[in-house]
Design a protein around this ligand. Structure first.
Ligand code: HEC
Ligand code: HEC
Ligand code: HEC
Ligand code: HEC
Ligand code: HEC
Ligand code: HEC
Ligand code: HEC
Ligand code: HEC
Ligand code: HEC
Ligand code: HEC
Length: 319
């Protein structure tokens, strides 16, 4: 009995799902049956939107220099044919909208934009972290007005646009030591391509190091004496965005070095201020006379060339 009930419920659900599917389809098909009515008609009702839109790159190209029939449709180039919408403005299935409230599926929205913007920087859009998370072009772009000097972004700058969602990274750039991004000397886009790349996480180069070398070329070497963790990955020691330790370091020195170098011929114990006697010779007082291994740049007081050395006797990075 239970089993029968179960399968009846399932059948019911299936039928419901099918109904929804068909409803969705017929809605899309409905706009397909609409005709293009031209921008003049749209503007009759959307004056305000049009006055902002007129300052954008699309308005200029589509109106003054259309390369084909599609572009000369202006509003309907992106929003699709509008004859049915003009008659029944409340029906959300009759025009392609890009706002969350309007509810047009993200796939449909992207498809519109990608008819002209496929390839190039968007070569790897499909399957990118943003596409997979159903982020739509209009989550970052607002082609209806000129909010940014370049790129038709939603906010005045790239960084502000990204930070509307990426609050954690925003906080990282507020730390004591950070890349000069809040100062406006760079943007998220110097290192990431938000449209997708082959390197995680959306990095614009083949590896973390290649990104860093693009600006810090002197760290590329080659060096006679390489320091293995530097060659492997800069983020072994640095945070790419910001840190509360000096020079964006992942940990304070000497702890940073001691994470990997516990068993050197130096005393192998963890160095900290309290291990060293104060001026009166009291070993427990702590913090009195600091050993050179913890003071200032700690290990680097001696091992200064930490990114690699070209000195014949630089095997220990002292010169
Ligand atoms: C008769 C007046 C009228 C005409 C003509 C008209 N619209 Fe609309 N449109 C409206 C109204 C009213 C709404 C808002 C409906 C709502 O919010 O419930 C709307 C909503 C929209 C939306 C969705 C806005 C959102 O919230 O995302 C888009 C896009 C749109 N119109 C584009 C167009 C385009 C393109 C044309 C020309 C093909 C056009 N409209 C012609 C009245 C009109
Ligand atoms: C390049 C593609 C494109 C063109 C061309 C375009 N729109 Fe839009 N439109 C969008 C996008 C994307 C949004 C969503 C903006 C947002 O996130 O608020 C939008 C939003 C809208 C809205 C909702 C209200 C708003 O401003 O957010 C209306 C209404 C609208 N467009 C009407 C028009 C009309 C009228 C024209 C022609 C004068 C036009 N659009 C031309 C892409 C376009
Ligand atoms: C019919 C073709 C077409 C469609 C559809 C289209 N665009 Fe464009 N887009 C263009 C053209 C043409 C330019 C101007 C290119 C240039 O100046 O090189 C442009 C420029 C842009 C720019 C750069 C603007 C600048 O000032 O740097 C962005 C961003 C953009 N489009 C986003 C979008 C988005 C988002 C959509 C979908 C809502 C969209 N486009 C739909 C053709 C299109
Ligand atoms: C996560 C945010 C984000 C998303 C999502 C996004 N973009 Fe962009 N887009 C940007 C940024 C940032 C720029 C660079 C603007 C600048 O250079 O000032 C840009 C630039 C562009 C440009 C102009 C320069 C170029 O790359 O050719 C076009 C065109 C464009 N985007 C189209 C799209 C389309 C189409 C989609 C959806 C498939 C999309 N974008 C999704 C953030 C985004
Ligand atoms: C509308 C919200 C939104 C905006 C705006 C946005 N992102 Fe994202 N981003 C996400 C989501 C959601 C994810 C996937 C989940 C995650 O990793 O947090 C993501 C993931 C990422 C990742 C990690 C990718 C990975 O492989 O783990 C990077 C890097 C990134 N975004 C950069 C950017 C940059 C740069 C911008 C601005 C140009 C931007 N995002 C704007 C929502 C957004
Ligand atoms: C100097 C280059 C650089 C800049 C500028 C930069 N990032 Fe990153 N970002 C990286 C690197 C490198 C990683 C990978 C770190 C790793 O592998 O552990 C990363 C990782 C990320 C991630 C993945 C999660 C995480 O934190 O590891 C997100 C999301 C992200 N960045 C967003 C942003 C946003 C948003 C901005 C702008 C506010 C930005 N990034 C600016 C280099 C940069
Ligand atoms: C787009 C260029 C650019 C990229 C890419 C870049 N940096 Fe920087 N970096 C800078 C600039 C500019 C400064 C600030 C220099 C100054 O103020 O003298 C800086 C400063 C630094 C500093 C020193 C901070 C301080 O307090 O003195 C470190 C460490 C650093 N970057 C590491 C990295 C690492 C690791 C990467 C790769 C994840 C990277 N950078 C990628 C431009 C870049
Ligand atoms: C083994 C840890 C370690 C690794 C890995 C590492 N660094 Fe550093 N880096 C440091 C330390 C420690 C400092 C502080 C140096 C000082 O105070 O003299 C520093 C300082 C810097 C500075 C600012 C001062 C200067 O020397 O220009 C830059 C820029 C920098 N690193 C870039 C990089 C880049 C790029 C990579 C990857 C190729 C990298 N670092 C990998 C430990 C490391
Ligand atoms: C992520 C791990 C890691 C970190 C952090 C690290 N190192 Fe290294 N270091 C290594 C590795 C691996 C080698 C190569 C060891 C080998 O060849 O036997 C090395 C080699 C060295 C050497 C040469 C030793 C030898 O036997 O040739 C010195 C000196 C050195 N590191 C000092 C430092 C200092 C100082 C710091 C902190 C600024 C530091 N390291 C941070 C992993 C690390
Ligand atoms: C007062 C100077 C000085 C300081 C400070 C210092 N070292 Fe050294 N370190 C040396 C000398 C000298 C050698 C031996 C060089 C040689 O054999 O050519 C050495 C050798 C090393 C070696 C090579 C392997 C070994 O055991 O001989 C490593 C690894 C190392 N130091 C790591 C560190 C770390 C990690 C710190 C910080 C906790 C540190 N050093 C602080 C002077 C110093």
């Amino acid at each position: 009995m239970k089993i029968i009930q179960h399968s009846m419920v399932r059948l019911g659900l299936f039928a419901l799902a099918l109904l929804f599917c068909l409803a969705g389809r017929s809605a899309l098909a409905q706009q397909d049956q609409a005709n293009y009515i031209g921008e003049k008609k749209c503007i009759e009702c959307h004056k305000q939107e049009n006055s902002h839109f007129s300052h954008t790159a699309h308005a200029k190209v589509f109106r003054l220099n259309p390369r084909n029939e599609n572009e000369s449709r202006v509003c309907e180039t992106c929003h699709g044919p509008g004859s049915l919408h003009a008659k029944s403005t409340k029906d959300k299935n009759l025009i392609i909208g890009y706002t969350k409230e309007w509810g047009t599926p993200v796939e449909k929205q992207q498809e519109q934009c990608l008819t002209c913007h496929k390839g190039g920087n968007r070569m790897h859009w499909d399957g990118s972290a943003h596409a997979n998370n159903k982020i739509s072009c209009s989550d970052c772009h607002n082609p209806m007005a000129k909010f940014s000097a370049k790129g038709l972004l939603k906010k005045a700058s790239i960084t502000e646009t990204c930070q509307t969602c990426h609050q954690q990274q925003r906080a990282e750039f507020m730390k004591r030591s950070h890349m000069p991004l809040p100062e406006g000397k760079m943007s998220c886009e110097d290192c990431h391509n938000p449209h997708g790349t082959t390197t995680r996480p959306l990095l614009k180069a083949d590896s973390v190091n290649d990104i860093c070398y693009s600006c810090h070329a002197e760290k590329r070497g080659p060096f006679l004496w390489e320091h293995a963790p530097v060659r492997e990955n800069c983020v072994n020691c640095h945070h790419p965005h910001g840190s509360n330790h000096d020079k964006l370091l992942q940990a304070a020195r000497p702890y940073l070095c001691q994470q990997c170098h516990a068993n050197t011929n130096h005393p192998s114990a963890f160095y900290n201020a309290s291990q060293f006697p104060n001026a009166a010779g009291n070993p427990l007082a702590g913090g009195g006379v600091l050993n050179s291994r913890v003071m200032g740049r700690a290990c680097q007081n001696c091992h200064a060339q930490i990114h690699g050395s070209n000195h014949p006797a630089g095997a220990r990075f002292q010169r």
